[in-house]
Design a protein around this ligand. Sequence first.
Ligand code: MOS
Length: 756
Amino acid sequence: MTKTMKNIDSFGHLRGESLFVDDIITKQNTLFGLVFDSSCAHGKISKIDYSQAEDIEGVIRIFTYKDIPGVNQIGGIIPDEPLWAEKEVHFAGQPIAFIVAKSELIAKKARALIQVEFRDLPVITSAKEAKEKNSFINAPRSFNLGNTKSSFSECEYVFEGETFSNGQEHLYLETQGCYAYPMENGNIKIISSTQGPTQVQKAAAKVLDLPMHKIEVEVIRLGGGFGGKEDQATAWAIMAAIAVQHLRKPVKFVLNRHDDLRMTGKRHPYESSYKIGLTKELKIKAFEAEFLQNSGAAADLSPAIAERTLFHATNCYYIPNVRTTVYSCKTNLPPNTAFRGFGGPQGMFVIESAISKAANELGINKRFIQEANLIGENEEYYYGQIASNVEAKNSWVTARKEFDLDTLENDVADFNEKNDRYKKGISIMPIAFGISFTNTPMNHARALVHIYQDGSVGLSTGAVEMGQSVNTKMLQIAADTLGIEPKYIKLETTNTTRVANTSPSAASSTADLNGKAVLKACKSLNDRLVKIAANLLNVNEKSLSFQTNFVFIDNKKTKHTWQEIVAKAMMERVALTENAHYATPEIHFDKTKEKGHPFAYHVYGTSITTITLDCLQGTYEIDSVKIVHDFGKSMNMGIDTGQVEGALVQGIGWMTMEEISYDEKGKLLSNALSTYKIPDIFSVPKKIEIIPLETEGNKMAIYRSKAVGEPPLMYGIGTYFAIQNAIASFNKEYKLAFNSPYTPEKVLMSLYENHI
Ligand code: MOS
């Protein structure tokens, strides 16, 4: 009934009325925060003098690590990250102090007057260099299936190579920020732009040396997160909270774009190497990969992201002998962090590169290798999960047929025959993405539903709305389950006082986890009210239901309303509030063996990308991306289509134009939108076609509507190989490059490489 609902925020967004942190009407005497950060990527602080800055009129106080009542530590997985640097700095952009002033402008003036001197230490910016110097975040991890050593010798063809995929800036429209203020009895409220309110609460409690219940974290909505606010919204919130703790005044702290770009981590760059072995029939018999993850100066979420790289290292292929290893390499860059796909895309780029290399060496179309190795029902993912309800072949074959791949390929060949300056390229990109937090204990959520006595409803969950429309989905579930119109339901803010101990909104799992909790809570309330209505009307409970706000008996509408029954329940002193908890069943993973069943299910799909390359300039346009996507049974096609399109374009940006660049001293060069290019309306595909795959969906997905946040990003990888394909038809001497993003500059080099 609610399947065609629009994002409930669309009206507010369009009119500019939706509230973000920076829109909150501030209280009297609100102060403003600004971070003083390190200009040195690695060094000892030999001298620091705040006196001139402190003397400025309007500067209230400058906070440093000395002002921390608890521990100076915000590392979530590994305690290796101070909130504020003490004696040493480990990346340029690392926070050293926090200036609190009467205005942001005053704080900025003060920042310029802080005198600091560093004694430089050696700077590492690349993962390879870190590995050579034994600089790691933690011990490496390896996944293993079969025996690669012995099986390579049985392969007809063996190829090896190296790949690089660069980082990616999240570029959420709303920068990081928070607004914190004192409550009575030493309690503090923090309104934060975070994907993980509980993470902020927990870390703040530790740093401020307070029990968690004294800190209330609230999230209204985010202007985009993409993983960048899963862990990295925390530091700013704590800084403001410390200032509140000391000053007992409200403190607002919203990073400006330059500070945000410089101080926050990004998608992890990966330097990887692979070895692939095939049989005569093009079956991949053995695959090895070594991933060097550039983790930055602290762990952040790197170990979890490294793990997901391993999970997705074989993409949607069944390979009987696999060995993969990932090293989280410690460098002097800002700690890199979650970004849509969470290490999965980096893993998938490598196997697709390996297949591309093999095809090129064998002089065949890459898709024959891909097609010959798609995972089938009951085959084993190399981490032990047996594939079930697999849609890899189904989505592949559907894409090939529905989009008439043969004709598309012939058109490309025809075009290339007739044209010299322009060449077209085509690629096909199948994906499989596992749904669940790979850290099993994180897969649970709660919902709290109040029915007020007038029949209106307030719905709280642990889900954070960040533009992905999760609130709309939550509302759909509540409206359908209670049998009332959406207008009677209000989505409350995400607040740790109402819904506690939440996992971050991440891993594509937010709608599944929170949605199942909403379903459970609303079902209990519905049962309760049905009983009351049945009693009142003297009919069998089984024949009675609520639909569109009315009582129905045997599916026939009566004149009795939902409001009437709620009022009656109130008179009968029946609880109109319900709290429900959902934890994903069946999943498990044994890290001592690196085997298990970590995912509730997988999302599958196949995209076909066609591009046109200008071989004089190295520039290219994406003609079309045609996708067959496994939505399961989509609960809202409009929203889900938006997610596929958005993720695709973000993936294309990562693969083609978004080029993070640091100099050898660890200073960010791509520090503005003039030097960091993301896709705009002129660079997105001229045509995106999406066909939903006809499937039963999966019972572990809410309403059998599969998670959709991250998987489609990896369709963007197809663009890289379509460009490669076009270059190869222009330059017969081209040795395939696997070095993303494939910017026009790099494309131009490839076009004329070894070319006389
Ligand atoms: Mo997301 S990259 O799991 O925050």
